[in-house]
Design a protein around this ligand. Sequence first.
Ligand code: AMP
Ligand code: MG
Length: 408
Amino acid sequence: MLLTFQQAKQQMLQRASAIKSLNCEKVSLFDALGRITTEPVMSPINVPSFNNSAMDGYAVRLSDVNQSKLLPIAGIILAGDDISNLNWPQGTCLRIMTGAPVPNDADAVVMQEQTEKSELGITFLNEVKVGDNIRRMGEDIKKDTAVVSKGEKLTIPILSTLATLGISEVLVFKKLKVAILSTGNELTPIGEPLAGNSAIYDSNRFTLKLLLTELNCDIVDLGIISDDPAQIKQALIAASNQADLVITSGGVSVGDADYTKVALEALGKISFWKIAMKPGKPFAFGNIGEALFCGLPGNPVSTLVTFYQLVQPLILALSGVEAPAIDLTFKVSTATNLKKSLGRVDFQRGMLQINAQNELEVSTTGQQGSHMTQSFKQANCFIVLEQDRGNVSKGEQVTVELFNRLLK
Ligand code: AMP
Ligand code: MG
C-alpha cells in the first residue's frame, strides 16, 4: 500500500516539529519581510497615542451645541499642535484638522460638510452625538499588548503595523539552510549550449532556487551531479554537512540510473519514497545525519507540485512558522471533462474563472503529463481530485485549491 498524500505530509510535519528551533537574530524592519518571529512583539505605545480628530471640522462640547446651533470659532488646532495650554471658552467651537489632538473636554468633532460658516461663526446642521469623529487613544492597539505572536511570518501589513509603533528592529529565526542538487547525465546548466542530442536543460535547480528564495531560505547550490552512485553519495555527504535540509531532483524512481534513493539508504534513513499522488509518486523523504532530506522526482511538473504540496509546508515548519496560512480550498463545478485514474490523489492544474452566468467554474489547463511544463503557465489553482475518484465529467463538483503567493 502506498502512503496517502495526507499521511506523507503528516509524517514530514511531525519530523519537523521534533527538530530544535533555528537560532535567532535581530534584523532591521526593512530586512524582515517574510521572516519568522521568535517571540511575541508587544506594543510599546497606545495607537492612537492621544485622542485625535478623524475629520476636518469643528470640535464642540455637547452642552454648547444643545444650547445653540450657532457657535463662534475660538481657535484652530492643526495636526502636531501642542494643546496643553489651550484656552477654550464655553459657548464656542474650535476649528480642528484630521489627526490633530482633541481637547479632553470636547465631546465630538463635527465634519465640516455638516456645518455652515458665516461671519457669526459655525452653524451645526445635524444632530451631534458624543464621540462623533474622535479617534480614541488605544482604540487600534493598546500599549503592552501583543501585536505579533511567536512564529508569525512577517508580511507587509504586519511590518507596517510595527512601523506605526516606532519599532525598527525585530527578532527573527535565522534562515533555514537548504542544499540543492540535480542528478542526471542528461542535464546542461541553463545559459550554456545543450551538451548533445539527448541533453536537456537543468530547469529544476533553477526553479528550486526561485522557490527557496521566495521562502527566505539560505541556498547552498551543489550543481549538477552525474548518475553515478559514488558521486551522488559524495554530494549528499557534502550537502548534509552544510545544510538543515537537502533537496535533490531526479533519481528517486525505479529506473536503472536512479541512484539517489540507494545513496540515501546507505548514508541515512529513508522514511518513505512513494506516495499515492500524481504527479509525484516517487518522492523520497528521510534524513542524512541531522539534515532532513527530500528527493523530488525529476519531471519539472512533479518537482514543482511536490515542492509546493510537501516541501513548502515542511520548510515553513522548519523555519519556525507556528500557524501557517490556510490554503483556500472550495468546491466548484468543472467546465471541462477531467481524466483521472483511481488510486492516487491528483493535483491537476486548473484555471478558475467566472463564466457567462457570473458563476465560478474551473477548467483544465490541458495536457497534464508531468513533463508538460505548459500545464502550469495559465493555472491559478490545483484541481484536487480525490484518491478513489475516477474520470470526472463536465458539470461535476471538484475541489480547487487556489495557488498561494509561492506560485504567483
Ligand atoms: P528521473 O526522476 O531522474 O527519472 O527523471 C524524470 C524525468 O525528468 C526525465 O525525463 C529527466 O530527464 C527529467 N529531469 C530530471 N532532472 C531534471 C532537471 N533537473 N530539470 C529538468 N528535467 C529533469
Ligand atoms: Mg534521472
